[in-house]
Design a protein around this ligand. Structure first.
Ligand SMILES: [Zn+2]
Length: 190
């Protein structure tokens, strides 16, 4: 075991510093220019590292852990959490994070989030940008496939979730049903 790996295991109690998994742990040197030290590396499981390094394999369901890891007392863990929250567009959580100017510059160094223009931006029928946690109303009656009910025009949907890899879709609850809604049929109310 390398010295850095030993130190990271002490720091993390031998668990993935992102998701808490105690298995398949590796040292993740934070790009772009980690010196393989405690200050620019984290201990993470292969699942986390695999998804970090291959964005197309990102599974949003794996990353609920970020709402804990973002509060880590260790800056390297915060940096990686920030990058993944950015990739998954968790703006409600990102707004709560505090990184000083230097840390923010480091967090942005790999360009995570840079290419968002013209890529995945969720907009309502009026062109207003939607975020996780927003409230919207439906602007037309929508037949819900498979659920055999119609979500009525004017129905309010609170605390929406963006479908992170599809700019046309959001998720939310209407009359107790969890449904996917096309952004062109909603209007933001807050
Ligand atoms: Zn992990």
């Amino acid at each position: 075991m390398s010295v850095i790996e030993k130190k990271l295991k002490d720091r993390s109690d031998s668990k993935c510093e992102l998701c808490g998994n105690p298995h398949d742990l590796v040292v993740y040197n934070i790009p772009p220019d980690s010196k393989d030290t405690l200050n620019d590396s984290i201990l993470a499981c292969k699942t986390c590292v695999g998804q970090i390094e291959n964005p197309e394999t990102t599974d949003p369901n794996h990353w609920h852990c970020l709402s804990d890891s973002m509060w880590s007392e260790y800056l390297p863990v915060q940096i990686v959490s920030w990058r993944m929250l950015t990739r998954l567009k968790k703006n409600d959580l990102l707004e709560m994070m505090y990184l000083d100017e230097e840390a923010l510059e480091w967090a942005k160094a790999t360009g995570e989030g840079d290419d968002d223009e013209g890529k995945i931006v969720h907009k309502d029928s009026n062109g207003n940008i939607l975020f996780d946690g927003d409230s919207v109303v439906l602007i037309k009656d929508l037949d819900v496939k498979g659920a055999n009910f119609t979500a009525k025009r004017g129905a309010a949907v609170h605390n929406i979730k963006l479908v992170w890899d599809n700019a046309e879709q959001i998720e939310g609850r209407v009359e107790g049903q969890h449904i996917v809604i096309l952004t062109q049929y909603v209007k933001k109310t807050k």
